[in-house]
Design a protein around this ligand. Structure first.
Ligand SMILES: NC(=O)c1ccc[n+]([C@@H]2O[C@H](COP(=O)([O-])OP(=O)(O)OC[C@H]3O[C@@H](n4cnc5c(N)ncnc54)[C@H](OP(=O)(O)O)[C@@H]3O)[C@@H](O)[C@H]2O)c1
Length: 292
């Protein structure tokens, strides 16, 4: 298949390009195809003539979206609508990457694909808007909701925690929230899952995250536990202390307190099994320990 990937310099887009099965021809675009400009989208489609689009581009700064709602709706809704309109002319299949932040976090057990979204933030609302335009315009679509992506590409929680642990300004203490529960997800596992899913032709909404759940505090602690086991560090370079979300005054966006997703459809249809988050994190840190 000829696959057009948007957001190709971001975390997931880079991974999708890096691990693309050889049988596919993959074409990646980032800001060189500004999705808010439909003419730019038309031009790239006429060059590539894709069979399928994997749409990873987004305005992903969750707090930034609160300050700049217009940009959030421009990129995440209108940009997605531009792509969907042009893709429908080419009769493309379409993969839209969405988020756990479409949910309000009031549940206490994992959200399935059949739970009702109710986003708390501008980011969540704009990503849900993107889901809606895709399902209205595209006949053969996959909407894939995921959580807490980390990768060797770009800014993410693992990189930030390790970087901050080396920063003298932290004075040996990193404070991390313990009242938001989700599932960290390794970009490589998610990319493999996406390539399996697009083989199935079983279109619709899917949840795809690593298995299990943790708070961001537990996630941070586990990063250093693993690095100690890998003999990368002899002891955690900083103390990690739990704090509550309400104490982070500079965070503008409301986040769901519980946004664990159940990979219900992937598992019941035997499409792909996402491993436990701790196993994925260990592999990631093992592979990249020399760069850390
Ligand atoms: N990261 C997570 O934890 C997470 C969790 C759940 C869902 N998701 C979703 O998963 C997808 C991939 O996330 P990610 O972490 O890979 O995101 P990312 O690293 O932020 O990458 C997004 C890419 O899209 C580009 N982009 C932004 N505006 C664009 C525009 N107008 N036209 C073309 N490209 C544009 C960005 O360029 P610039 O960097 O230059 O802006 C960036 O390279 C997104 O749809 C996101 O909403 C992410």
């Amino acid at each position: 298949m000829r696959i057009l990937i948007t957001g190709s310099r971001g975390q997931l887009g880079s991974e999708l390009i890096n691990i693309a099965p050889k049988k596919h021809e993959v074409f990646g675009f980032d800001m060189d195809m500004d999705i808010t400009d439909i003419k730019a989208v038309e031009d790239k489609f006429s060059l590539v003539e894709p069979d399928i689009v994997i749409h990873c581009a987004a305005y992903t700064d969750v707090d930034g979206c609160e300050d700049n709602a217009e940009k959030a709706y421009l990129v995440n809704c209108l940009g997605t609508e531009n792509l969907a309109l042009v893709a429908s002319r080419y009769k493309c299949e379409f993969v839209y990457i969405s988020t756990d932040y479409v949910f309000d976090g009031k549940k206490t057990s994992p959200y399935t694909e059949y739970d009702e979204p109710n986003p708390l933030s501008v980011y969540g609302k704009s990503k849900l808007g993107g889901e809606r335009v895709v399902s209205q315009i595209i006949e053969k679509f996959y909407i894939i909701r995921t959580t807490g992506i980390y990768s060797k590409y770009g800014k993410n929680f693992v990189e930030t925690i390790i970087k901050n642990s080396k920063d003298s300004k932290t004075k040996g203490v990193l404070k991390v929230v313990d009242d938001q529960i989700c599932t960290p997800t390794y970009s490589k596992d998610l990319a493999e899952c996406i390539y399996s899913l697009i083989e199935t032709k079983m279109y619709g909404i899917y949840h795809a995250t690593n298995n299990g759940q943790c708070s961001w505090y537990e996630f941070a602690k586990e990063i250093f536990n693993i690095l100690i086991n890998l003999s990368k560090v002899s002891a955690a370079p900083v103390n990690i202390e739990p704090i509550k979300s309400k104490d982070l005054v500079d965070r503008k966006a409301k986040r769901p307190s519980y946004s664990v997703l159940s990979n219900f459809k992937l598992e019941k249809r035997n499409i792909f099994y996402m491993r436990e988050w701790k196993d994925a994190l260990k592999d990631f840190l093992e592979e990249f320990k020399d760069f850390i």
